[in-house]
Design a protein around this ligand. Sequence first.
Ligand code: GDD
Length: 423
Amino acid sequence: MMLKTIILVGGPMKGTRFRPLSLETPKPLFPVAGFPIIHHHVEACAQVEGMKEVILIGFYQPNDALNRFITQAQQQFKIQIRYLQEYTALGTAGGIYHFRDQILAGNPDYFFLMNADVCGDFPLKEMLQFHMKKPASTYCTILGTEATRQQSLTYGCIVESKDTHEVMHYVEKPETFISTTINCGIYLCSPTLFGPLEVEFKKNLEQNYNCDYNTAPAKEVIRMEQDIFVPLASTGKLYVYHTDRFWSQIKSAGAAIYANRHYLDLYQKSHPERLAKNSVGKPQIRGDVFIHPSAQVHETAVLGPNATIGKNCVVGEGVRVRDSVILEGAVLQDHCCVLDSIIGWNSQIGVWTRIEGTPNDPNPNKPFAKIETTQTFTNDGKLNPSITVIGSDVQVPSEVIILNSIVLPNKELSGCYKNQIIL
Ligand code: GDD
């Protein structure tokens, strides 16, 4: 069997809720549990037998970070990886149709399609087995999971036939409740899916025949959810495979903390060697902690649970870090304390300073509690309590407290802040 994977990485206009962290690096490359978000996707699909190629489709200009990621992942997973750039945002299916020749080259039997901004313990092998048992005319299997009624409104919602798991009705982000089974943004597709994509593409061209190509939205835009899944429901060509394993979107920085915790937890089984252990002369480790081999951590520091210390970070004497991600090159000076926060690239936190956020986790103990749907601001314009995010190259002085705040890059703070966005 020959398989491929397409990862939809979006582009610079996407990931705005992830600012300021996405100002420095494309969101799909943001490190979670020590590795870029899409490294976890590539790792999952490389484990499926027959996987020959991973194609990243997006509308970012190719850049050094992306090229470095591709080179490194190709070497590690011994798999071909390429980036194909859309000339403009073509939607969640337009890019796939645009690059159909490259996707179909070599005649893959099936291809996985993955949104980059999700994380999880993806059951890809199980999806493949499920899909192969369905009629040969099946176009696509959607990975589905259960959300609460409230959460479901921000996702694609699926009504299925309970016996066959055929998708009978699909509504993208409904205004009123449809179903608690939601689309996880992970699909297994047969090459025959290009049939309905072609029909939709031609329909678009005809409808937009008289449009000014420069001002009209690209005629090639196809939305997988609304344009393809909605009409395919109830035709016997679309199925849903359920998972109750960990899965979540990564839209906001808070969700990155959530994803960090769950990927670290997965390492217990998949990569125990990546988790720090307690030993004499080493920092005290509580629960799941990832420390990059190049980081310098003082033996009196106390780390975890759910802490990631990035490349070349320096962690001083008596430092405490919990439920946080410390990004490459950050320096945590002696006795500072970082809880429920992200510390940006090359930022410095002064001695005895406290950086603290409020976890926004609706259901911390449920493995697939997913999303946090909270808004950045309350209705009366106040900042909702959130994790604290310190942008890159920020200097935080000694002996201050920064609570539930977001600090943009390159700031030199001079005092304490609570519930603020520091521009
Ligand atoms: N290449 C490319 N081009 N990628 C895109 C484009 C595009 O024009 N538009 C979106 N993407 C990528 C995004 O970067 C993201 O990884 C993914 O496609 C989905 O993006 P959104 O358009 O923001 O959709 P969503 O996340 O709100 O909803 C989708 O995912 C949910 C699960 O997380 C839908 O598929 C929902 O039905 C689903 O529940």
